[in-house]
Ligand binder design. Structure first.
Ligand code: T1G
Length: 693
């Protein structure tokens, strides 16, 4: 079926795109647009044109899937030029979202009308691209260079009202869109076409570009497309429209072929695929969740409560310790006040959320809740005692979830008479900010409980990723291997600040040593103390254990791997730690040596890849891209590299395998024996990206 249709309403031709789910500008849509505009132009009875979309949104951009294939005609810039060249006035009627190529098409139209609830933006930078259909030349002509730079470098959409104020659109309506568009089209028949390309760009001082360049260096360090957006915007001032568009096209091709854009496009689809879980579809029943109880009023509990309140649920926070409960309730209020102060939410939204918030001093208050999320101390005995009490007080059909980050969900479920209602909901700190929710499926967790958890993730605006039950599930299990190599590299002579600098230059949000200090070295230490299956290796996490035993827990004690002065969060190298490491290496007989940046990256990142392969082999993850989503959204893995397994694919699995074999010979099979899956993929020239569903 042709995704683009043409119908005349009196003197107005209406061109409608109907290409679900988001009217992306696929090749058939581009071709259909050219055909319909040619037909509308040739129709003597038509004096104006309205471009509108069926379904839930206006055009949400070019079809991102097509960027992995050779470009096909008609190319989008030509479609936009064709629309603009129409001799009759063209009105874009926008609802839902007008994003990327969708906004470029709208800026190719002569007039823009938008539904009040719609949003408009150029998010290409989030895909490692830049607007590639004349958007970098049109937006500055409509909203000015500075606003255009802000919109293109952040990739964030603006509301219809803000777009109207900025001059991006001409009208906003809350009424029925098509009739409004038809009457607007009749209104502009007389003034006729008004082409954006003919508008002048208001020149700005070079300081504007210098400021933007400085911001890129700070915020988008090492990213490829932001600099090209800036250069295209400079050309919108310095060059004519066509020269600007020609340069934009060159920059677009460069970005499109860049590994960074491949990584960001991989991350885009990986997040959407994570919601597809075998055995669950639209027909799978979900349980009603309106009221949620959070057990444990510590940092995590308060963050989870804040997240659930923001999503519209009624929340009860429980803690056995009265003072702790009051502290937790105050934390929840502070989180909201922080959101108001940063302009993230309004005072009214905060008050509405806090209206639905209660503290509960006693378990008996939980008899009617739909979902309980336990966030108490990471100790099996304590968690089992809590679940036994919940089993006693909660109504049948309530879902009992644990926020454990490492412990055996099945063992926790066995403390109840209803293991089918038990599931892991592993939030990441700070819980009201981090996008990842690791959903841990127990051996007895029922399908409707799993489907309800996936639904909950969407409502909490989280990326829900399902993981099987094992120590540390997906994220923390892999973190153990990554952290192990960091600890060994410290003993072998690499300074903590050197390792952290190398990995952050490579793209990690924070280095492993700074992360350890942020999370608290006591937390990791207690988890290791509880484990019975640690390697019989005196070097294993030796430095972290020693620091914890010395009470150096990190930021919270002002000393950890680094030292922190007067409560600052800035990690400062500590000569005492250097001495401690050197002495311990000597005691353990570990020779210290100069270590290259490449070795640090390969050992830490390939440790992630090999453990990721084992996670897949063990069926803890359905697909490789789920593992990528966990690391990109939960552990600060660089999004432009797509995730650890996507990185292995872009590097070449054969190459990764060869290096892992080298490490096996050099450091021994206990840590570096290649998983069977890695060997097989290397021998068959396979890709992790093809593993799983
Ligand atoms: N291309 C292909 N598929 C897309 C798509 C797109 N642009 N946008 C969404 N989808 C699919 C998505 O994979 C999912 O599929 C379904 O639509 C619903 O999406 C030349 C270079 C519009 C805000 O970056 O931000 O234009 O999983 O689950 O939460 O200058 O989708 O169901 O099979 O996200 O309601 C610029 C990307 C492209 C916008 C809706 N545009 N999309 O969010 O639904 S580059 C974007 C979004 C470009 C030009 C350049 C969101 C949304 P499936 P969803 P949602």
């Amino acid at each position: 079926m042709n995704p683009v249709s043409l119908k005349r309403h009196g003197a107005v031709s209406v061109i409608t795109i109907d290409n679900p789910p988001v009217n992306a500008l696929s090749q058939p849509v581009r071709e259909g647009l050219i055909d319909c505009f040619d037909a509308a132009e040739a129709d003597r009875a038509s004096s104006a044109v309205v471009l509108i979309c069926a379904g839930r949104t206006f055009i949400a951009g070019a079809d991102i899937r097509e960027f992995d294939c050779p470009p096909e005609e008609p190319h989008l810039p030509d479609v936009v030029s064709r629309i603009e060249a129409t001799a009759k006035p063209v009105v874009a009627a926008i609802h839902g979202t007008a994003l990327g190529g969708g906004l470029e098409v709208a800026m190719g139209c002569h007039y823009r009308l938008a539904d009040r609830d719609s949003t408009l933006g150029l998010p290409e930078v989030k895909l490692g691209l830049l607007p590639g259909a004349s958007g970098t030349q049109r937006l500055p002509r409509l909203v000015g260079v500075e606003r255009a730079l802000e919109m293109m470098l952040s990739g964030e959409p603006v509301t219809a009202d803000a777009a109207l104020d900025a001059g991006l659109i001409d009208k906003v309506t809350a009424k029925d869109l098509l009739p409004e568009a038809l009457s607007y089209a009749r209104e502009v028949i007389k003034p006729g076409p008004r082409r954006v390309r003919d508008l002048a760009v208001v020149p700005v001082s070079d300081a504007v570009f210098a400021t933007a360049r400085k911001r890129i260096a700070e915020k988008a360090r090492g990213l490829f497309s932001p600099e090209r957006i800036l250069r295209a915007a400079e050309l919108s001032v310095q060059a004519g429209f066509d020269d600007g568009v020609a340069a934009e096209r060159r920059f677009f091709q460069e970005c499109r072929e860049s590994p960074q854009s491949q990584g960001l496009r991989h991350a885009f689809f990986a997040e959407r695929n994570a919601a597809r879980v075998p055995g669950i579809d639209k027909e799978t029943p979900v349980r009603k969740i309106e009221s949620i109880a959070v057990i444990g009023a510590g940092t995590m509990g308060a963050g989870i409560a804040c997240n659930c309140l923001t999503a519209g649920f009624r929340v009860r926070l429980l803690d056995k310790d009265e003072a702790g409960l009051l502290r937790g309730a105050a934390t929840v209020r502070n989180l909201f006040e922080g959101g108001v102060a940063r302009g993230k939410i309004t005072e009214r939204e905060m008050e509405a959320s806090l209206q639905r918030f209660q503290t509960a001093p006693d378990f008996s208050d939980l008899s009617d809740v739909d979902l309980v999320i336990e966030a108490v101390f990471e100790n099996m005995a304590i968690k089992k005692e809590v679940f036994a009490r919940l089993d006693h007080v909660c109504r049948q059909g309530a879902i009992l979830a644990t926020n454990t980050s490492t412990l055996d969900v099945d063992e926790i479920a066995q403390a109840t008479s209803r293991p089918q209602d038990v599931i892991g909901l592993h939030f990441f700190s700070p819980a009201h900010v981090m996008r990842l929710l690791e959903i841990v499926r127990g051996a007895r967790t029922s399908v409707d409980v799993l489907a309800t958890a996936l639904n909950l993730a969407r409502k909490l605006r989280k990326v829900g990723v399902v993981a099987g039950n094992c120590f540390g599930f997906v994220g923390n299990r892999m973190l153990y291997s990554y952290g192990r190599e960091n600890q060994l590299l410290l003993l072998e002579g690499a300074a903590p600040e050197y390792i952290d600098r190398v990995l952050t230059d490579w793209g990690m949000a924070m280095g492993p040593n700074a992360v350890g200090d942020l999370a608290g070295l006591d937390v990791g230490y207690k988890v290791r103390q509880e484990r019975k299956d640690l390697p019989d290796d005196p070097r294993f996490y030796r430095i972290a254990d020693m620091l914890a035993e010395l009470g150096r827990f990190g930021q919270k004690t002002g000393q950890g791997m680094y030292r922190y002065v007067d409560g600052s969060r800035e990690p400062l190298p500590d000569p005492e730690v250097k001495t401690l490491i050197r002495d311990e290496a000597r005691r353990l007989g570990v020779p210290q040596r100069a270590i290259s940046e490449t070795e640090i990256i390969e050992r830490c990142i390939y440790a992630l890849v090999t453990e990721g392969a084992r996670v897949l082999e063990d069926g803890i993850s359905h697909r490789a891209s789920d593992i990528d989503v966990v690391w990109v959204n939960g552990y600060g893995f660089p999004r432009h590299r797509g995730g650890p397994l996507n990185f292995a694919d872009t590097t070449g699995v054969k190459e990764v395998y060869r290096t892992v074999r080298k490490f096996e010979q050099r450091f021994g099979p206990e840590y570096w024996r290649p998983p069977e899956l890695l060997r097989k993929l290397a021998e068959e020239n396979g890709r992790f990206g093809d593993i799983g569903l």
